[in-house]
Design a protein around this ligand. Structure first.
Ligand code: SF4
Ligand code: SF4
Ligand code: SF4
Length: 363
């Protein structure tokens, strides 16, 4: 079996053509000396690919592109990237994925994604009132129509894609409306990202509170379950992961097992960080152009990051799910629990019988 490694690359650093109200990467980049490192140059791109391929023939390598907005780097950046990989790869298996706000996509992008089997994550915050409220372009204009056109384009061109929805406290009040929207538009692969407060805040007007987390997921689960029992499966990341945890003890979403895994997040000038939530100067693990990849992975900053303690919640002491959860992801858990109440536990207790039933039927 091949060894697996994944790189999360920021070809356009924190640059973005949108101005979403809750953008977490604006907050992260505001907390470092240099806010944006601009577009990745060819020397850095080639060094990164050389280091990845240099790991050996027996590797399964994923290149995930993220931002800011990665498409701001231009299609030619990605064409060069893929061409360089093709030219230099030997027996490695390569996967590509790209997370986008989908405002810059056109036929050429879609053809390219299809040809090179990119999996695309499209950011869409559900129906138009909510999406347009949160996700504005750089002139503070609405983007809903453009995104829905891009989704149609990806469908027409048979590009694999899923939907990433930022779950704000505002959106979490409308599980039924959101579910109906996905169903009506035949959107069947959904990932929710809880809207989290800034690094120095406990909450803000949009961030998802633990009580809204539980209330949203309970209602959404009931709607999802009803569809499932009628033979209509919709992939919802949290449900898929929890079922997989109950079934096999495995979760694909980082943090659900309560420990950090080392990620290799590559900023556009080659600096490497351990997690997309922590692209901060103090977590800089080295530079992919100048340093050996194994030295970066075993750096002090990386091991310090992996060992950092999680926040505590009183509920953990008596929680049935403690052995599976271990206080979850240290950054996202602010949306899961506060000092005395855990919304994730509340949801798991509510859905427990169904999750056990579904996970046993999947065995
Ligand atoms: S599209 Fe993404 S990176 Fe750009 S402003 Fe919105 S949340 Fe931030
Ligand atoms: S902070 Fe969360 S997402 Fe980042 S490595 Fe840790 S568990 Fe994973
Ligand atoms: S109380 Fe919540 S955070 Fe603590 S172990 Fe249980 S589910 Fe996890």
């Amino acid at each position: 079996m091949k060894k697996y490694i994944s790189f999360l690359i920021k070809p356009a650093s924190s640059l973005c053509n949108m101005r979403c109200r809750y953008c977490f990467y604006y907050d992260v980049s505001d907390h470092r000396d240099v806010k944006s490192f601009g577009i990745m140059n060819e020397e850095t791109m080639e060094a990164l690919i050389d280091k990845a391929l240099g790991l050996g023939n027996d590797f399964d390598i994923s290149f995930h592109f993220q931002g800011g907005e990665p498409t701001v780097a231009g299609l030619s950046f990605f064409e060069k990237f893929v061409a360089y990989v093709q030219k230099n790869k030997t027996n490695q298996t390569i996967h590509y994925a790209l997370q986008t706000n989908a405002t810059l996509l056109d036929e050429k992008w879609a053809d390219f994604f299809y040809k090179h089997h990119f999996l695309i994550g499209v950011s869409l915050d559900g129906y138009h009132e909510i999406h347009n409220y949160f996700r504005k372009d750089h002139e503070y204009k609405d983007t809903y129509k453009k995104i829905m056109d891009s989704i149609q384009l990806l469908k027409n061109k048979r590009v694999d894609f899923n939907i990433l929805t930022v779950l704000t406290n505002t959106l979490a009040k409308h599980p039924q409306k959101l579910f109906s929207f996905y169903k009506k538009n035949n959107l069947k692969f959904i990932q929710f990202i809880p809207c989290i407060p800034g690094l120095e805040e406990n909450k803000n007007e949009y961030s998802l509170s633990p009580r809204m987390f539980a209330s949203f997921y309970k209602s959404f689960f009931d709607l999802w379950k009803k569809e499932l029992y009628q033979g209509n499966y919709i992939s919802v990341s949290l449900f898929d992961n929890v079922i997989s945890l109950f079934e096999r003890g495995i979760a694909h979403q980082c943090g659900l097992l309560g420990r950090c895994s080392p990620h290799l997040v590559i900023e556009s000038q080659g600096d490497v960080f351990p997690c997309d939530f922590y692209v901060l100067d103090k977590y800089n693990c080295g530079n992919i152009v100048k340093e050996d990849l194994m030295d970066i992975i075993s750096s002090e900053q990386m091991s310090h990051f992996l060992k950092e303690e999680r926040r505590y919640c009183d509920c953990c002491r008596t929680c049935l799910f403690e052995k599976m959860c271990h206080k979850n992801c240290k950054r996202l858990n602010i949306a899961y629990y506060d000092d005395h109440y855990c919304g994730y536990r509340d949801f798991l207790e509510y859905a427990y019988n169904d999750i056990v039933y579904i996970s046993q039927r999947m065995k």
